[in-house]
Design a protein around this ligand. Sequence first.
Ligand code: ATP
Ligand code: MG
Ligand code: MG
Length: 351
Amino acid sequence: GGTIGILGGGQLGRMMAMSAAQLGCRVIGYSPPGDNVAAEVCHDFFENGWGDKAALAAFASKCDVVTWEFENVPLSAVAAIPDNLLVPHPRALETAQDRLKEKRFVEGLGGKPAPYAPVDSESDLAAAVERIGAPGILKTARDGYDGKGQWRIASARDAESFRFPGKPYVYEGMVEFDAEFSVILVRDADGEVRFWDSTANVHSGGMLETSTLPAGEAVEAQVQQAREIARQTAEALNYVGVLTLEFFATKSGPVFNEMAPRVHNSGHWTIEGAATSQFENHIRAVCGLPLGSTETRFANIEMRNIVGEDALTAYDILGEDTEAHLHLYGKAEAREGRKMGHVTRVSGSRG
Ligand code: ATP
Ligand code: MG
Ligand code: MG
């Protein structure tokens, strides 16, 4: 195994680094100073700002390949790393960092997003609500995650009170869905694509709460169509690694929500529930190793996030359920609305 560089220091990087270590690779992380929970499972860790070109170059000089666990790594930081080291190619970041760009991109490949409009001012919003209707959701075009940077707009009246701070936004019609799901795939440098099963994802306050298999009829009926869109997206980006597309299962078919050019929270179940986890297959793909089977190993799977202060009693589960798989990310502060860990339960054989 060689040396893998990971941009970003969150739990996704931490779990990626653990898979890399299992495969005998060394991992070097890079992230701005802060709560870098990947740092303790990395061989070396650079705590420097995204603007520190010299540090980024020093980091890259130690790596055989550089990937990321966080899609909002500034493109200027990525530009300080030699292009031939970066996997996937940063064009995926460029597309996914902007909700407008990603919607247009996937729409261009035949995907169907919710009705949407770019919004940069009070009058744009009024016009968007007039055309698309309410209820809807106003989202910052960039930098949002876990439902942060979103406002639900119940009526045209509601929209009038919004003041624009001079950043780009997107207004979307509220989608009536039967279920939410994501397509998680891995693609290798030869173009081979493998999909994991799609769980039903339940969100609360814009944040993922549970991912469950079996996903139910509404999801199962639409997974094939969603996979084709995801496959085309991966091909159009000449993508190498794990790519995620989120969808709503609706009466009129799968509606594309957003993409994440990385491993995804709704794929954490694959650590215990699939033959090869999303983290391991991402590492295999970026290192040019053969991909592992993505097959599901159990009949019933549930992944539940541990958020905020629930982390303070997280170890209780070990006494209550000896088969529960507890993952804690080592975050120092159990702040409200912060993902602290997750628990996966698997049962039943696949028949
Ligand atoms: P993530 O952490 O997944 O990156 P995010 O902050 O980018 O989240 P979205 O995925 O856009 O946010 O939205 C979060 C959740 O809010 C969705 O999973 C869904 O439950 C709900 N939601 C978002 N947009 C819509 C919509 N147009 N119609 C209905 N529900 C929506
Ligand atoms: Mg998002
Ligand atoms: Mg999302």
